[in-house]
Design a protein around this ligand. Structure first.
Ligand SMILES: NC(=O)c1ccc[n+]([C@@H]2O[C@H](COP(=O)([O-])OP(=O)(O)OC[C@H]3O[C@@H](n4cnc5c(N)ncnc54)[C@H](OP(=O)(O)O)[C@@H]3O)[C@@H](O)[C@H]2O)c1
Length: 299
């Protein structure tokens, strides 16, 4: 199997919290991987594991059959794909570009068009799952775009993830991801309110987490994040700035079809407050800080 996988050269752009473990899993599975990151030093551990390094997205796509991109937001995804020394300048017919970043529908369509104008194929494949699922190869891919590229990428998606959905036209994967993260962002904001309310009325919030975990509203996220939120520590798995970006993009998606989303709109305001407290790079569970009184935050 490793020999078979090694015949397709894989590029990977973006060595952040998600991109690094995803690329690492490909390397460990025996794939021929070439990496690039804006901050070069983040490529060093991957090179240590056997990856090749190229100094621009253009060079990566010029030398690889299939290139994955895991960038922060729409701006960086567009810039890496279409900007100076971007992926479109190295890619060509017979190759494929798989964007696994979380972006809005319009940005994904724009990147798709630019890639396809070169004769190459495009697949959007944002992921559900966080740092740990990325490390464990347990991500869920929400793909859309060129079906032949989906089929070519499938063995590699299977290394990095536990399941994959093919959703049709470009934009459907981006939209699905935004709906999922809109729900998650609202759930987390509501959970934060519950923890603080339980404390204020004299309950033990640890018992609240236990009660929630045994009932119908249980979600792995609550048991995973609750104990650290109670201790006011937020080790970053999903940066709060990315959760707020996803709320913003989901609200834009809702607006585009005149769908009312009052809960998500309220939750988004909390993430914005948390950002204004300097919590952008903390885990998104730090949204609980936005609900604490200013005095107790300083204490
Ligand atoms: N973390 C999660 O739990 C999770 C889960 C599902 C989906 N996602 C999504 O996956 C994407 C990546 O998330 P992450 O957690 O890995 O984020 P991250 O750790 O912040 O990494 C972001 C990556 O984007 C690069 N980047 C940022 N701005 C750039 C620019 N202007 N030009 C070129 N590169 C740029 C960064 O490069 P530098 O190293 O140079 O800064 C880094 O490689 C996001 O769209 C996020 O919403 C994240």
């Amino acid at each position: 199997m490793a020999d078979e996988l090694g015949t397709v050269s894989i590029g990977f752009l973006g060595m952040g919290i998600m991109g690094s473990p995803m690329a690492q899993n490909l390397i460990k599975a025996g794939c021929d991987v070439t990496v690039w990151n804006r901050t070069k030093s983040k490529c060093d551990p991957l090179v240590g594991l056997g990856a090749k390094y190229k100094s621009s997205p253009e060079e990566v796509t010029a030398t690889c059959d299939l290139t994955f991109a895991m960038l922060a937001d729409p701006e960086s995804a567009i810039d890496v794909a279409c900007g100076k020394n971007g992926a479109i300048f190295g890619i060509s017919s017979g190759k494929g570009y798989v964007d696994v970043s979380t972006v809005d529908v319009a940005s994904s369509i724009l990147i798709s068009k630019q890639i396809k104008d070169t004769g190459a194929l495009f697949l959007e494949a944002p992921v559900s799952g966080s740092k740990k699922p990325a490390e464990d190869g347990q991500l869920i891919f929400l793909t859309a775009g060129d079906k032949p590229l989906y089929e070519k990428a499938a063995p590699f998606l299977d290394i990095m993830g536990k399941s994959k959905f093919y959703l049709g036209e470009v934009g459907n994967g981006a939209a699905m991801k935004l709906v999922v993260n809109m729900i998650m962002g609202s759930m987390m904001a509501s959970f934060a309110e519950g923890i603080l309310l339980s404390q204020k009325v004299g309950l033990d919030p640890n018992v609240l987490v236990e009660v929630v975990s045994q009932g119908a509203i249980n979600a792995p996220m609550y048991s995973l994040k609750g104990p650290s939120m109670i201790k006011s520590v937020y080790p970053t798995a999903f940066p709060l700035k990315h959760q707020q970006k996803d709320m913003r993009l989901a609200l834009g998606l809702a607006e585009s079809v005149s769908q009312s989303t009052p809960i998500a709109a309220a939750a988004n305001e909390l993430y914005k407050v948390a950002k204004s407290y300097g919590l952008s790079d903390e885990d998104f569970s730090a949204v609980i800080e936005a609900l604490k009184a200013a005095k107790s935050r300083e204490a």
